[in-house]
Design a protein around this ligand. Structure first.
Ligand code: 1GP
Length: 245
């Protein structure tokens, strides 16, 4: 499966939802059951990753377990070069555009590049932008977080991603953020760029998911909600339906 073609095909018809699962937070079997619920809810892809605690071992066992249960693509949302798996369908080859630490701009990528080339896993280039509050990912990667009302800076970073010929731009409030990226910022960024926009962090309700999509988000990501709910399929069905409206 070519994941980028799959993404473009869905975006040609409408919006997309992706479910983020952190391999460090539950067993591979539990992650696979969650992925099955997500897939049944209509989520279009599983992203695997987390800011801390992901290893090649827990990543690989999670990817293998998920693959046995679902057909939708499994995409690595990497925190660095320390956790990779040859069983992934794709890897977001990303750079945190507003990190102050060269590790997250290009050094982790340098460490991972030869392995990725050898593994043959598809890569999807992405410019990653951390918006206030940024949460754990903002802290561990020394992000110079974009203020919630600073749309000019967000647009500048997003356009930079486009000018670098990256395939995607990701506006991230941070996993578990009390509020998602402001809809005004999503709209302002979307108006300026011509590449698909991913929005995530702090989206916990169908209303918030729908608002992010209506504002201009093409791909809406939810993670924490999936980990904290009792019924993944019904919870995500409401989220996916709100995004598609
Ligand atoms: C984190 O944007 C994702 O990278 C998902 O955030 O866990 O808050 O849904 P949540």
């Amino acid at each position: 499966m070519n994941v980028w073609s799959y993404i473009l095909e869905i975006l040609a018809k409408g919006k997309m939802h992706m479910t983020l699962l952190d391999p460090a937070k539950q067993s591979a079997e539990v992650a696979a059951t969650m992925a099955l619920g997500a897939s049944r809810a209509g989520s279009h892809a599983i992203m695997v990753g987390g800011s801390t605690g992901v290893t090649s071992q827990n990543l690989d066992s999670t990817v293998i377990a998920i693959k046995e249960k679902v057909d939708i693509p499994i995409i690595l949302f990497p925190a660095g070069a320390q956790a990779l798996s040859p069983n992934l369908d794709a890897i977001y080859f990303m750079t945190m555009l507003n990190s102050k630490d060269p590790r997250f701009l290009s050094r982790e990528q340098m460490h991972a590049a030869r392995y990725i080339k050898k593994s043959g896993v598809e890569t999807i280039s992405m410019g990653y932008i951390i918006v206030e509050p940024g949460m754990r990912v903002g802290e561990v990667s020394s992000a110079e977080v974009v203020k919630r009302d600073d749309t000019d800076t967000a647009i500048g970073y997003a356009l930079s991603a486009q000018l670098f010929d990256m395939k995607l731009v990701y506006l991230e409030a941070g996993s578990g953020a009390p509020e998602p990226v402001p809809v005004e910022m999503v709209t302002a960024v979307k108006e300026e760029i011509g590449i698909p926009l991913v929005v995530g962090g702090g989206i916990r309700t169908p209303e918030a998911a729908g608002n992010a999509a209506k504002a201009g988000g093409d791909i809406i990501v939810t993670g924490t909600l999936v980990e904290s709910c009792s019924d993944v399929e019904s919870t995500l069905t409401d989220i996916v339906n709100a995004i598609m409206l």
